[in-house]
Design a binder for this molecule. Structure first.
Ligand code: AMP
Ligand code: ZN
Length: 472
């Protein structure tokens, strides 16, 4: 099939044409959440943009198999294999077992994803399901000399590789900028960049989950899980691997090192990384605390779709700064958009030529390094176009297969159906009049306007994002 999609491949540092290993088929892997806490809206930015990628591929006609892990063991507080297992720390914090918090936060993660219309990957596999796979791969790495035992742990020996820093020609120091949290040194390592494949003795005291292995009771390192889970379900060759930019080093660098050492050939051709959502103090992170969740946004009166729109309005390769002011603007824009589409008369036939023209423009925007903001512009242009409602509605429905903003759902239909443009205009004027009355402290007039609208079947609601209306 025609491979129209182009995106930035972190491995080659270029926007490249995407050509899968097998024509028409895509093997895709996403690093899943570490389930010791709620996902914050920064994590969810990554999952929204990865969802956009998956849906774009499907929209273009690819048969996608997407796999995601759930990290429920082995992810330590520092990416340099030191500190406490995040899951153990989470269990202590909540006086629960590791498995209890893993279940609770895995469910919470998928509930958040559902609210944001993020499709569940075809395969979701917790790391604790795959201990035998980890042991098998590590055993082979020991046999082939890529791994060694030191201080009771098993390490990957990065000096055995021709090239370890595959993602960049930059220095190690520059790469460390992307490293998450604090970094401490581990004296058991032969080389500074070596990493743990299997823990036995170190940091073991409180480890609740441990398994028998040829090297003693222990538990796996974080990086090995993604290599093994992806190979288990996608085989020896993968097309796209994604994650947030903080995963580039060391997590993805180490995944490539161990996978290619194990397989003896190139493993994954394309790597896509989503840039961070920041708040005023920098990168939003679970370990920093005080995180924003989807529930926080809902409690403040925002529809989760507003956050999805906020993410789609910006490019995945740029850092995005969160602010309530921008979210308020998005909320107003979202309401307007949904009402506009809801007011379209769906009866009648679709003009195929117009449909195809806009579909091509929409596809072109997505194929240009997933330019979601441009794809939204195509949607707005289409709604303004001089064509019939039925075609516009069909296009909005079609675009929403990728955008997933509930543009034509029941909610959208409710918001607009039965309210003609004249009434909509009248409501808008009355809302402005009421705002002016309130400003002048003429509350009797403000109440009279509210009642007047109520008599016409329209209910006003004062929210923190301004006045909204719905049918009674
Ligand atoms: P974690 O649950 O910490 O393993 O992270 C889950 C995913 O969220 C990973 O792909 C991270 O790279 C990504 N991530 C973490 N922090 C942010 C952030 N502030 N903005 C966007 N993505 C993030
Ligand atoms: Zn991973």
């Amino acid at each position: 099939m025609e491979n129209k999609l182009h995106f930035y491949n972190t491995l080659t540092r270029k926007v490249e044409q995407f050509v899968p290993n097998e024509d028409g088929k895509v093997a895709m892997y996403t690093c899943g959440p570490t389930v010791y806490h709620f996902a914050h809206i920064g994590n969810l930015r990554s999952y929204i943009m990865e969802d956009l990628l998956e849906k774009t591929l499907r929209y273009l006609g690819y048969d996608v198999k997407r796999v995601m892990n759930i990290t429920d063991v082995g992810h330590l507080s520092s990416d340099a294999d030191t500190g406490e297992d995040k899951m153990v720390a989470g269990a202590k914090r909540e006086h629960k077992t590791v498995m209890e918090i893993a279940k609770f936060y895995t469910d919470a993660f998928f509930a958040d994803c559902a609210k944001l219309n993020i499709k569940t990957p075809d395969v979701v596999e917790p790391a604790t399901n795959c201990i035998d796979d980890f042991i098998r791969v590590i055993t082979r790495l020991m046999e082939t000399g890529y791994a060694y035992e030191s201080g009771g742990n098993i390490y990957f020996d990065t000096s055995k590789l021709k090239e370890y820093y595959v993602f960049s020609s930059q220095s190690e120091k520059e790469l460390l900028v992307g490293v998450r949290d604090d970094v401490e040194e581990d004296e058991n390592k032969r080389n500074k960049s070596d990493f743990v494949l299997w823990f036995t003795k170190s940091k073991f005291e409180d480890q609740e989950l441990k398994w028998e292995s040829p090297w003693g009771m222990g538990y796996p390192g974080w990086h090995i899980e993604c290599s093994c889970i992806s190979m288990k379900h996608l085989g020896e060759y993968m097309d796209i691997h994604c994650g947030g930019v903080d995963n580039i080093f060391p997590h993805h660098t180490n995944e490539i090192a161990q996978s290619e050492a194990y397989l003896g050939h190139k493993w994954c051709n394309y790597w896509l990384h989503v840039h961070h959502l920041n708040d005023r103090s920098g990168k939003m992170s679970k370990s920093k605390g005080g995180i924003l969740t989807v529930t926080t946004l809902e409690e403040k009166g925002y529809d989760p779709m507003v956050y999805r729109l906020f993410c789609l309005q910006s490019h995945y390769r740029k850092p995005l700064e969160f602010s309530y002011d921008i979210l308020d603007n998005m909320s107003a824009a979202y309401d307007k958009l949904v009402k506009r589409i809801g007011s379209l008369n769906r009866e009648g036939s679709v003009d195929r030529a117009v449909f195809d023209e806009y579909r091509t423009r929409f596809e072109d925007a997505l194929c240009d390094d997933l330019n979601s903001a441009m794809a939204l512009t195509v949607l707005y242009d289409m709604l303004k176009a001089d064509t019939d409602d039925a075609t516009k509605f069909a296009l909005a429905e079609d675009f929403d297969r990728v955008l997933s903003l509930n543009l034509t759902s029941e909610r959208a239909a409710d918001a607009g159906s039965g309210v003609d443009a004249a009434l909509e205009q009248y409501i808008a004027e009355k809302i402005e009049e009421r705002k002016a009355a309130k400003k002048e402290k003429d509350f009797a007039r403000a109440d009279a306007i509210r009642n007047e609208l109520l008599e016409r079947g329209i209910v006003l609601e004062d929210t923190r994002e301004g006045v909204k209306w719905k049918k009674a």
